[in-house]
Design a binder for this molecule. Structure first.
Ligand code: HEC
Length: 211
């Protein structure tokens, strides 16, 4: 679903400074600095030829709970401190995929970003989360972003939308995988088990597992 990386952000990173609006450029700055979104939604390209906007780690950001409790990673590993952790999703084409979070508990991107910014201050605004004991309060919840910075981050999300996805016809398939992209088997071998905060310098060949 990532291919073929023809979103405005890709043009911008390829050197076309006009590919992003002024607001989106400010948003990118917030994304990488005061908002620290890029700590988990990576903008670096060490892993892949293009930024995938995920570090493939797992975290509990405290999503409002659904009708049933979802243990996430902890349900697979049986480890208590991984209850409620979910894989950091890519933000590519995120503007097209509402509702948000693993249980669809947040309806709009603006609300997701307000959640990151103020969740710990406006406790009653969002429903109780399933596993409060493992929530990450360090990186989110009280970011102290201004309304303008929130607007800019919301605007930035549109810069992650691939042109080819927008113009795709129903039933149309993506072009073949370009040269140099690891095969499905290679990817599976690399991500063969859930690893919290994996080492993101992904080798072209699967790593030997530590015994
Ligand atoms: C500590 C790691 C971390 C940081 C920092 C972080 N995110 Fe996330 N993000 C996640 C995880 C994990 C999820 C999935 C949570 C879930 O489904 O319960 C997520 C989900 C999202 C989603 C919803 C995606 C979808 O398809 O449902 C958006 C949008 C998003 N993040 C944007 C941001 C923005 C903007 C920032 C900065 C203000 C940010 N994130 C900072 C880890 C992080």
């Amino acid at each position: 679903m990532f291919r073929p990386f023809d979103a405005p952000i890709d043009d911008f990173w390829a050197g076309n400074r006009k590919a992003l609006t002024v607001s989106q450029q400010r948003g990118l700055d917030v994304f990488e600095t005061s908002g620290a979104c890029s700590k988990c939604h990576l903008v670096g390209v060490s892993v892949w030829p293009n930024a995938l906007l995920s570090d493939f780690g797992y975290d509990n950001i405290g999503a409002p709970g659904g009708s049933t409790k979802d243990p996430g990673l902890g349900g697979e590993t049986g480890l208590k401190d991984e209850l409620g952790q979910f894989r950091v999703p890519t933000l590519r084409n995120v503007a097209l995929t509402a509702p948000y979070l693993h249980n669809g508990s947040i309806k709009t991107l603006r609300e997701v970003i307000e959640f990151y910014n103020k969740k710990d201050l406006e406790k009653d605004r969002w429903g109780a989360t399933d596993y409060p004991e493992t929530v990450n309060h360090e990186d989110l919840g009280d970011l102290k972003l201004s309304d303008q910075e929130v607007d800019d981050l919301v605007a930035l999300m549109d810069a992650f939308t691939d042109r080819s996805v927008l113009t795709m016809k129903k039933g149309q398939r993506f072009p073949e995988v370009p040269e140099g992209v690891p095969s499905r088997e290679e990817r599976k071998a690399f991500f063969m088990e859930p690893l919290p905060r994996v080492d993101v310098t992904m080798p072209r060949r699967p790593k030997k597992r530590a015994e």
